[in-house]
Design a protein around this ligand. Sequence first.
Ligand SMILES: C[S@@+](CC[C@H](N)C(=O)[O-])C[C@H]1O[C@@H](n2cnc3c(N)ncnc32)[C@H](O)[C@@H]1O
Length: 364
Amino acid sequence: MLHNTKTSKLGSVAKIGTNLTYQAFQQGKNYFSLAHNLSALLLRLTTSPFELKSKRLPLEVIGKIQTRRNQLLETDWQDAERSIYPASLLFDNPWKDFLRYYPMIWLDMPSTWNRAERKQYEDFSPEIDTTGYPDYYRQTFHHQTDGYLSDRSANLYDLQVELLFSGTTDAMRRRILSPLKQGLKAFNSVSPQQIRVLDVACGTGRTIKLTRAALPQASLYGTDLSPAYLRKAEQLLSQNSGELPQLLQANAEELPYQDNYFHAITCVFLLHELPVMARQRVIEQCFRVIQPGGTFIICDSIQVKDSPEMIPAMEYFHDTFHEPYYKHYITDDLVERLEKAGFQNISTQVHFLSKYLIARKASV
Ligand SMILES: C[S@@+](CC[C@H](N)C(=O)[O-])C[C@H]1O[C@@H](n2cnc3c(N)ncnc32)[C@H](O)[C@@H]1O
């Protein structure tokens, strides 16, 4: 009895310690991102003065962003506590990559600014072959050098989004894991190895890595249009023990899988980068390849309807980065789109700057 009490006290102290370490870890990332973004702005203003297109964010919006960020981190911690994923995932960070590629972010900045100033949205390095991709994809999203089509872009991407979201990108991605595990309960009679989960537009593979930690035995799949991003994903995912996820280059508008194949599908930060027709087609493809009873989880930017108080932040994002379809996205009715495709029982959540739609394909 005494032994049990002692063990549980030790357990509580360890938990408090881990929680404090996580908060300190996130605060460190927050300060680093702030320092980086401020220095970059100062450098740009002094070396190549430009017209600030975006309005400054009102202080009250900055306060709300901070509150939402804290809530996200609290939920992240709670989900680890509930064993949705191991607590070690909270500290997972591609340090080596970050150290290696951080200087390249600075070296890349002048050409990024130049493209932004000149509104050059289709400016790819001459060696990049852009044939065969949809027109809407052949763009330098976020003013990124080479858009999504080079190894250099794939190497810098994770670091760039971390600096944009002050180190919370994985915490936002992890919010798909609780509804994913909940949704998979519909397939309790299927052995864990037979469970198939697809991540559409998997990019550099971060979401698949997080899903692997939460579902160590499931068969994981990923598709993306960018060969360079898939190469990067393969590098990341082959470091994990366990079965390698199957990665395929494919347009999400034409998923190369048979009907009713997956038990669950995730799709993170894709829809806001698609024109409206492609957005609908992707949702319809996901409906086609998901099994009856399966769950589809979208994580993407917040929208005007769920976060009217964040409109200035959405406008800032739109004005600062090249995101040609974002303006339409933020007022798009995604529930209606999901219903049109055939999904049911749609629920939504908001965490920090992301919203989540969780939808079911009816069981037969
Ligand atoms: C903003 S990134 C998100 C990547 C990843 N899901 C993440 O969480 O970081 C958008 C990704 O969508 C991919 N993409 C864009 N349009 C696509 C399409 N039609 N089919 C497949 N992938 C697409 C891009 O190559 C890129 O990797």
